[in-house]
Design a protein around this ligand. Sequence first.
Ligand code: ZN
Length: 709
Amino acid sequence: MTEPIHNPTSSRQLVDTTWLTSHLDSPSFCLVDVRAELPDMEIGYPWGHIPGALHLDMRELFAEVDGVPGRLVSQSAAERVLGRLGLFTQTPVVVYDESFGPLAAQLAWLLVHYGQADVRVLEGGWEAWEELDSPVSTEPTTLEPALYVAEPDGAMLATAHWVAAHLEHPDVVLLDVRTEAEYTRGHLPGALNLPYEGALRYDPAPKLRPLDELRRYFAGVGVTPAKEIVVYCQSGARSAHTWLALRHLGYERVRNYEGSWAEWSRRPELPIVGQREVERAPVTGVGGEAGMSVGPCGLPLAAPAQVVSTTGNVEQTCRSRDQVVAEARGQIAEIDISHLKARLDDGEPLTLIDIREREEWEPGHIPGAHFIPRGFLELQVEDLVPDRDVPIVVYCAGGVRSALGALALRQMGYQQAESLVGGFGAWKSAGFPFTVPTVLSETQRIRYSRHTLLSEVGEAGQIKLLESRVLLIGAGGLGSPAALYLAAAGVGRLGIVDGDVVDLSNLHRQTLHKTEDIGRPKTESAADTLQSINPDIQVIGHQTLLTSSNAREIISGYDLVLNGCDNFPTRYLVNDACVLAGVPVVDGSIFQFEGQVTVYDPAQGGPCYRCLYPDPPPPGEVPSCAEAGVLGVLPGIVGALQALEAIKLILGQGEPLIGRLLVFDALALTFRELKLACDPTCPVCGEQPAIRELIDYHQFCGLPQPAVA
Ligand SMILES: [Zn+2]
């Protein structure tokens, strides 16, 4: 395992595919695949890799601390990750990425920083391997975990603190290897721009330029081994690659500033230079050109640069649109779509704000985004994000408005606000998922306007109601007021199970039905009333008794059940079916002058009906309303409370009556509340439930079977 890699065909720090092919069968090294995965295109380790390669997701090693990509994870976390791969510090390592990308170089840099003796990068990476028609494996490789004890070499690393302390140092050369465009938007004072693309990469073939050429190139701009060289880019990846190239050329004193521009630019105490007119430093010819000033490190400096304060006060009288945008970009951090997607996929708690106009938002937006049009951004952002330290990404259609928006947020103290480069256009073109939002029609905006005015409901809450599905058990005394309010509130689908027909004696309390409905099925009468109140919603009548054979199927079409039944077999049946289906039940019951309401939702940690009443009362002991009577207005109050609880559950607002029983005494006009506890031995929701299927509930309650309607 520790045998050094003998590699006559490639020079130090690189191996080529020929060498790798001949060494695959007798590996004396660890081969590590650090390619990014693109599941949509089936690109990445699981879809094919070099046989024997281990897989490493670089995001495990380069965490985003405070939203800054490219920072190393902690020493111990890195040791855990590398140890899990089976690496020892003395294990020779060969690493590859997609082509000659910087990810492999970044890992190489990290490993050398951690004292790994022998690290090589595969020239041309996966692309070169595939071109040769070499063997490909889809079998994941695992090694026994090893104890990785690293001895970091601080001389490989430059922190923001180190860079800030060496800004004026005559022996330190600061190299910005981002593109010219990125550099002119903003860079570290005194930094020389040597773009990684075009300078290091030898296009079109994705490999390093020939060594002699590279050596001349660096020497030509005064980057000599006599200097201490600090490289940085946007997030530390391209700079790691430059670091590798310089080491490859024999430069010993090279540091990678891992936090790079992403970190530097968002720390207001650190000075930056940024203005579109700043000239790029020459990349050919020895020394500075005529008229160039010489910096403290003896290198040609950019022409007089204007320091832009991070609060955005640039003293100029007139500025063009382009200048305003460029200045904004110089003062904010930008993120590209792949980084954003990776961070969202990682579940990072970042707030995504779409600042386009409503007409742009409605055809589609990034999933999870909040909608605040640019004109309202400063006015509404504090309601959405009270915490100034939360990472925020703003986006628009193309990345211009969001640059200005991110600047405004920074000025409000949101130091972690970033702008999405390319905006929603780039996101959509890349084939990344987007959501087409449900929006209210003009009529709906008016109908539900008193709802949407409430911040606890809003348009999003109203849409939730319209998309919700509630099943009412019974269209009687409790079901009537509940259904009326749920329909009026815009609950999108209301199911009603009732096998009964309207009777004259129902009408003193069952407000869904009218005198002319006597003799009609209650489901039909209810549907007519509800549709006339709100034609927006769908009413589904289940003209049947709820039984053990149909309950699970009926309930499966709903998110929530509102129970208004009047007998014990149905009460146990509804309870068991809903516990088995994981559907919450808003339960109500009435007797003479007393009503009770509670929510049974074992999925949320609350009790179920059986937790409280494991056994039914003896038959005939509890009289029904038909026998004992009920005040007509009582179910109106209890049913309306049930509708209230249902709406709260759908909106996710307030404190639901889970684990609480509300007892209403109509004569005394008092509400009492009793705490309800779960029973761990409950036969249906307990730790070891005995009931896994619906049973015969009439037999369970000691009652005769009902006559089939
Ligand atoms: Zn229970």
